[in-house]
Design a protein around this ligand. Structure first.
Ligand code: GRG
Length: 301
């Protein structure tokens, strides 16, 4: 069984070969401006746990699919995630100056260029996946279903929806437990659920597998966000690579503001059991996912 580290190495190696990230055009017509590839690469290569692409690859392995074929889909998920972090850090959103242990993209390249780096990564993710679909027309049906899952997760009922509600509640100083679940399901869990569903689509998996991965992704994603909320209070800036303590300062609606530290720990326990129940449906093949969610309960980074 491959570890998270093994999968992350595979993802990192491939990310370094993605044309848009290595191209260094000099404002020649039809080429990518060097400033754009620099700023996209700056955030993409700043580290990061690569959880989402690794989980996509591990799901493909678990379902007996082709990991090489799935690799560009995994990289696309990481590009979308990185775009969301760049935009999340902008002054108009969370206004953060530290991410992945480095000054945020807009601090280095300026606000306008950071918006474009995020846009570039989002577009590049879809260019990368569509290029694979065009190369293998005989697999186009499975690829299109996978692309659709990823677009849905990142989209207007998924990640963007969660972020919209998050900003709205923060600006209004309002929000109840239902709003909190809407936010965290959208902005965080969808970027776990839908890459896992994309893996199932690439493998032509049936409805049972799709449902189990959806349930696991939801519980995992909500657990991950709950631990993120805890770490904003109890973690260290060095481990997390971002500014901490901002949630309370900005009056943000989080698990800790809604349930307190102990209540959040109880929620984490419940979601941990839900994730394990969902993955048990795969029997022994689910070992990677069981170990992964176990490791998240007490994470420090
Ligand atoms: C939609 C315009 C627009 C912008 C995107 C959706 C969004 C803004 C931001 C959400 C990003 C965010 C901070 C989500 C919370 C999920 C979370 C805890 C992300 C951090 O993920 P990690 O810890 O990060 O996996 P690394 O750096 O390890 O990849």
């Amino acid at each position: 069984m491959k570890s998270l580290k093994d999968y992350a190495q595979i993802v990192n190696r491939r990310l370094e070969q993605i044309p848009a990230v290595i191209e260094d055009g000099r404002f020649e017509i039809g080429e990518m401006p060097w400033l754009l590839s620099q700023s996209m690469r700056y955030s993409l290569s700043a580290g990061g746990k690569r959880l989402r692409p690794c989980m996509l690859l591990a799901a493909v392995d678990m379902l007996g699919g082709d990991g090489d074929e799935a690799l560009d889909f995994a990289c696309a998920v990481e590009m979308i995630h990185t775009y969301s972090l760049i935009h999340d850090d902008l002054p108009g959103m969370d206004n953060d100056t530290l991410r992945r242990g480095r000054p945020t993209n807009h601090v280095v390249f300026g606000e306008g260029q950071a918006i474009l780096a995020g846009d570039g990564l989002l577009n590049c993710a879809f260019e990368t996946m569509l290029a694979r679909a065009c190369e293998r027309p005989e697999r186009a049906a499975q690829y299109l279903l996978a692309i659709r899952e990823i677009a849905t997760g990142a989209g207007v009922t998924g990640m963007i929806a969660g972020q919209v509600m998050d900003l709205h509640c923060e600006r209004m100083g309002s929000g109840d437990e239902r709003a909190l679940e809407y936010i965290q399901h959208g902005k965080t869990a969808c970027m776990f659920i839908y890459p896992l569903r994309a893996a199932a689509r690439l493998c032509g998996a049936g409805e049972d597998a799709l449902a189990a991965l959806t349930d696991y992704g939801r519980a995992f994603g909500l657990l991950f966000q709950a631990t993120d909320d805890l770490l904003d209070v109890t973690g260290t800036q060095e481990d997390m690579g971002k500014t901490l303590g901002k949630d309370a300062e900005s009056g943000k609606l989080t698990c800790v503001s809604a349930y307190g530290v102990e209540g959040t720990r109880a929620l984490v326990e419940r979601l941990h059991r839900e994730a394990l129940d969902a993955i048990d449906r795969f029997g022994g093949d689910g070992a990677f996912f069981r170990a992964l969610v176990d490791s998240m309960v007490d994470r420090t980074k």
